[in-house]
Design a protein around this ligand. Sequence first.
Ligand SMILES: [Zn+2]
Length: 609
Amino acid sequence: MEQDQTEIIKSEKYKWNLKDLYASIEDWRNSKNNLEKRIDSILEFKDKLGNAADNLCQCLNLYSLLEIEYSKLFSYANQLSDQDTRESLPLAMCQEIDQIGVKLNVAASFIDPEIITIDSAVIGGYLKENENLKDYIHYIDNVRRLKPNTRNTVEEKIVSQAGLMKETAADIYSIFKNSDMLRPMLKLVDGRSVLLDDSAFTLYRSDSNREFRKSVFTEYYTAYKKYERTFGAQLYGQLKKNVFEKNVRNYKSCLESALNANNIPCEVYKNLINCVHDNLSVLHRYLRLRKKILGLAEMHYYDLYAPLVKKADKTYTIDEARNLVVKALAPLGSDYLETINQAFDNRWIDVYAGTGKTPGGYSTDSYDVHPYILMNYKGKYEDVSTLAHELGHAMHSHYSSKNQSFFNAQYPIFLAEVASINNEALLAEEAARESDNPEERLAILVHQLETCRTTLFRQTQFAEFELRIHELAEEGKPLTGQDLSELYLDILKVYYGHDKGIVMIDDLDGIEWASIPHLYYDFYVFQYATSYCAAADISEKIINGEEGMREKYIREFLSSGGSNYAIPTLQRLGIDMTAAAPYDSAFKKMNSLMDETEKILAENLGQSV
Ligand SMILES: [Zn+2]
C-alpha cells in the first residue's frame, strides 16, 4: 500500500505540466530575450498619446502584449523555482525576469500620467472614433479617476522622491521581527526545547494540553511585550507615512486614500465594522459553545485554538478528493465541471509535497495558456478544502481570461477570495451531506465555524484597530507602543465578551498587534471578511437553487474578471456590500452550523449543550 502511494506521488500525472508555457528552458530564454528587445518599442508612443486615438490604442495594444508575455515568463520561472526552491538555475531565472519587470515598468511609466492629462472631451471623442479602444475603457477610467488626487508634474516628482522612504517602517518591522528580535525557548511536554518563533507559535497554540498552550501564549507574547516601545515606533512610522500620502493626495482620510486604489467606498469598510458589532452575539454564542465542549469553567484567549474534536482520521486520496470536489461543485453546471476535469486530466495541478517544494497552496494564471495550481496535498479534509479553494481562483481566471481582454481579465483582490470561498462552502455542504459518521460531520462543522471566527470576526477586529489608530494619527495624536496595546486590548475585550465573562482577556494579550504583519498592508485585511460574507451569500443562493443565480455567477461574476470595479460587479449578482444583507446571510449560516453542531452533540455523543 505504502509502495503504491510512493509510486503515485512520483507519477507525472500529479505534477503540473510546465511545457504548456514553454517547451524548454531554452525556449523560455529565447522568449525572454525577445521580450527584452521589444520593451523599448513602447517608447515610440511617448508624448503622443494625446495626439490621436490610434496612438493611444496602438500603445495599449502593445503594452498588453508585452505584459502578457512578461506574465507568462514570470510564471514559468517562479513555478519552476517553486517545484524545488533549492535549485539555483530557476532562482536566477526569477531574478532575471524581475529585472525585465522593472525595465517594462520604467518604459511604460509615461502611459498613465499621459492618459490623465488628456482632456475629457478629447478622450470621449477617441472612444467614439476608434472602436478597438473599447477594451481599454475601464483601464482608462481607472487611471483618470485619480486625477483629483494627482499633483502637477513638479510636485509629483517630489512625491515620488518621498516614495523612497515609503517602505522604511515596514522593512524595519519585518527585519526586526523575523531576524533580530530575541525569541524565547519553549519547553515541550516531552522535555525537549524549541525556539518559539511565529511558526512554532502557530503550531503549538492549538495543543490540547491546556497548561502547555497557556505557556505557549505567555512566553510568545512576553517576548513581544519586551519590545513594545520599538514595535510602537515602527507602526507609528507606518501611520505617519499614510498620513503624509493622504495629505499630499487630497484625501479626507487614510482610509479613503487606501481604498481609492481599488475604488472601494469607505462606506463598505464602515458597514462591515458596524454589521459585525451588531452581531457580536453570534460570535459569543460560538465562544460559549466552545467553552462548553472544552468543559472549561473559565475560558481564556489562549484557549481559542484548542481543538474541539479529535483530529479526524479520515483521509482522502487525490482521486477521492477529485470526486468529492466535482460532486460538490456540480451546482455550478456542466461547463464549469468540464474545465475542472480538464485541470486534473491535463496536469494543471502540482499535487504532492516534495523536498524543497514551496509550502502552502496557490493558483496562478497565464492569460493565453491556462491557470496552474500548486498544492502540498496530504489527504486531510483541510487539503481537500484548499484544493476546492484554489480551483475557485483557477476557474475565476479561466473564465475571465476566456471572456475578457488582458487588462479587463485582471480581477481585484476584493473579488478574488469570493470565488474561492464560495467553492469551500459548496464543498463543506457536500462533505457533510455524504458523511454518516457524526464525528466526521462534527469535524467539518467545526472547520467551518473556525473559518468564520478567524475570517469574519478576527479580520474585522484587525480592521477596526487599523481604522482607530489611523484616525488618531490623523488627529495628530502621538501613539506609543503602550497606547497601541491599550487600544488593542479594548477592542479584544468587546469582541470576545470579556465583561460578559465569555472569554477572559489578559492584559498581556493586548500586545498581539505587534505580531501582525498585515498591519503594514494598509487597510487590506478587511477584504477577507467582506469576501467571506459575499461568498456566504452566493453559496447559500446557489445551494438553495435560487433561479438564475448559477448563470449570473458564471456570466456576470466569473466571466467579467476585472472589467468593472468590485462593488458594482457584486451588485450585478444582487449583492450590496454597503447593506446588511450579505452579512446577515453569513451570520445566519453560522447560526445554522451551530444548531447542527449542538444537534450532533446531543444526539450522538451524549453531550447536552
Ligand atoms: Zn485564496
